[in-house]
Ligand binder design. Structure first.
Ligand code: AMP
Ligand code: GLY
Length: 417
């Protein structure tokens, strides 16, 4: 089979490395891929949001199956466009991708179907949003409705910050049309868990749980990022909690989407918080998480291509797969200054053995990998214990090098307590 993978980060590299294990794969094209992915796939210079060009490429090159990994092309309807040309895909269609594309939609869905989540209100008029803030408890969470590169969530510690956040989204249009609507939400506390799941719209099979580290610096300080590291499984996510989530969150969500005429197929990501008042949904994503994928897929025992095709065909209940009874840790190595301001163009040196090194932000110049993004690498190792996985990852991190690199030194530490 000829596959195409849309996207070009560490997540896509992890997907490509795993899917290469499948015997049926003849060729993998990455659109656009990156300097590291180029070692495992044929990179094609078409961006993930250039949906017309992607369709044209897939038709012309007789691609058998397309894996759409990032949120933007999913929300833009790339899966619908490819299916119209008779090309099957991994990922939800536009109608279902709205579960990530609109926070107002997902909050209203949860309310309608009694899926536990933070209390909230949705506003399209700035004056109404501002007067609602008058009576809100602080801290309060302000969210842009649409996609905002993971930056559309502001936790306001004071009323002034909340007012500024609303103005920034609704008047200054910092996130463009994504801020035409805002969700104002109750602030919750507790450990966060990411649960990625495979679903064909009928059954939902959770993958091993994981823990992201969103803040840039040790001790969960500094600005929010796309994610600075992950561990799997998440030690806070017990078997009892998992069973509870299956009953109260995972199945109800799949059923709710079906009832709304928006059957979800692909990877549905549940961002959860374990509060004193039970587990609540913080967010849904219509795709694999990044860097969660970089710890989840290395633990998968099964044929990823077969599983993905089963989500497309509605035959997921017939597929067998499990996850290794081990731990994985991924440490993200970033460019100094990320996520605020950082330089690009530094040569990257990597160890000989690159099995668990997922490349997020490099490009090839004269055959050499040079940095071209904020998050440059994800370094994943597996161990029999969490401690061993963490230790091995940091050992491997020492073997990578580029100017000005930085990483958090406490990935997974919270999980060891
Ligand atoms: P999101 O983009 O929705 O994942 O939000 C980014 C991060 O903001 C989450 O991972 C949480 O850490 C935090 N967050 C979002 N909503 C809430 C909430 N209602 N209460 C507390 N923290 C939140
Ligand atoms: N790591 C969080 C996300 O992929 O949205």
């Amino acid at each position: 089979m000829k596959l195409a993978v849309v996207g070009g980060g560490g997540r896509e590299h992890a997907i490509i490395k795993k899917i290469k294990e499948s015997k049926r794969v003849e060729a993998i094209y990455a659109l656009p891929g990156n300097g590291g992915i180029a070692e495992d796939a044929i990179c094609v210079n078409i961006g993930a949001k250039e949906v017309d060009k992607i369709v044209e490429f897939a038709v012309k090159n007789k691609i058998d199956y397309v894996i759409v990994a990032p949120d933007d092309p999913l929300v833009m309807g790339l899966v619908d466009m490819l299916e119209e040309e008779g090309i099957p895909c991994f990922g939800p269609d536009k109608a279902a991708a709205i579960i990530e594309g609109s926070k107002a939609f997902s909050k209203d869905l949860m309310k309608k179907y009694n899926i536990p989540t933070a209390d909230y209100a949705v506003f399209t008029e700035i004056n109404e949003a501002l007067s609602y803030l008058e009576s809100c408890k602080i801290p309060v969470v302000v969210k842009a409705d649409g996609l905002a590169l993971g930056k559309g969530v502001i936790i306001a510690e004071t009323k002034e910050q909340a007012i500024d956040a609303v103005k920034m989204m609704m008047t200054e249009k910092k996130f463009g049309d994504s801020g035409n609507k805002v969700v104002i939400e109750e602030f919750l506390t507790g450990p966060e868990v990411s649960v990625l799941s495979f679903t064909d719209g009928n059954v939902v099979i959770p993958m091993v749980s994981s823990m992201d580290h969103k803040r840039a610096l040790d001790g969960d300080k500094g600005p929010n990022t796309g994610g600075m590291g992950t561990i799997a499984p998440n030690p806070f996510y017990t078997k009892e909690i998992a069973e509870d989530c299956m009953e109260k969150i995972f199945i109800p969500t799949i059923e709710a989407m079906k009832s709304e005429g928006r059957t979800f197929k692909g990877c549905l990501y549940f961002g959860l918080m374990i509060t004193d008042d039970g587990v609540k949904v913080i967010e849904y994503n219509a795709r694999f998480g990044d860097p969660e994928t970089q710890v989840v897929l290395p633990l998968l025992k099964g044929d990823l291509l077969e599983i993905m095709e089963a989500t497309t065909n509605g035959t997921l209940k017939d597929i067998d797969f499990t996850f290794e009874d081990k731990y994985a840790c991924c440490v993200v190595v970033a460019s100094g200054g990320y996520p605020v301001e950082y330089k690009k163009g530094y040569g990257v040196s990597l160890p000989e053995k690159k099995l668990g090194i997922f490349v997020a932000g490099t490009k090839l110049i004269d055959g050499k990998q040079v940095t071209c993004g904020g998050r440059v690498l994800g370094v994943t190792e597996i161990g029999d214990t969490l401690e061993e996985a963490i230790e091995k990852s940091y050992e491997t991190v020492k073997k990578v090098n580029f100017t000005d690199l930085f990483y958090r030194t406490d990935i997974g530490r919270r999980g060891m307590k």
